[in-house]
Design a protein. Sequence first.
Length: 362
Amino acid sequence: MVFKGLRIALIGPMPPPAGGMANQTRQLAELLRGEGVSVELVQTNGDYRPLWVGRIPGVRALSRLLPYLLALWRACGRNQLLHVMANSGWSWHLFAAPAIWMARLRGCALVVNYHGGEAAAFLARSRAIVAPSLAQADVLTVPSGFLKSIFAAHGLEARIVPNIVDLSLFCPQRDAQLERRSRPHLVVLRNLELIYDNANALRAFGLVRQRWPLARLSIAGSGPELFRLQSLAQALELAASVTFCGTLDRAGIAGLLAEADLCINPSLADNTPVSVIESLASGVAVVSTDVGGISYLLQHQKTALLVPPGDPLAMAKQVLALLDNPPMRRSLIDAGLVLASQYSWAEVGPQLEKCYLEALAR
């Protein structure tokens, strides 16, 4: 790779909170710097100053936007290329669109990297506003074939550049043989929001416990649904066997996966969840809802087991199929490790570099 010497402004969120796009932004900055690239981070979720402003809707958006626009102006003057991490909804309007037009105003090369499993609904209602901004990108990238097809349906050309997983951190730590285990450990790695449907993961776990009474569940994430989910765990008489871990950093997630037997992904909408790829890379079998871009990532009975969304009984049946059948689980793990290898920096870096050079040439 010939990244060395490039000056890039990377525009996106940073942890905390440790969401998928925030982790991708931080990881990409680290990897590019490791290749000798000068990276200037322009954070879209910086701290409110003063802190009390964050409690006032409207005012807080304005207080964050003005310093952000100033940082964008300066970054465009110092760098050759802007790499914009973009998402749907207000995040697009407040942060991605201003970055795109600032790059055009100041003559910077521009790569827009669009994430988000809700892109179809967002483009359906906002295409007239969003498309003119997207058309300014020298290169538009998406992390999956799912998003590529959505953009194509709206006449927008996108190139697939996968998300990146640190395979030195997320790798098999042990060979857990369930036939020697009476207390299987299940994990959910999604934030506590309605769209991720942790409630039905709890209901499915309750059904699993009828067959495996010593099974335990860890839910790593934070969000507004915490109290409701804790109450549901109590109502289902699962509180003693469910741990709400809160937000974990990358090392914490890797540590949790090192002790896991299965990962449940219960989401109602999704693109290419990094948490699922990290599970596969860690040698952890996955049971996931078949929504959005999941079928572009996972193959049923080959790399994971897939179930309809919102169906805890179907999810429990597939979890039990793996707990009761170690050879099937082993087959999924082996195929998952091969799949996860496609998301290493060694594989993704050259694809991203090609996009950068093309944007600069334009």
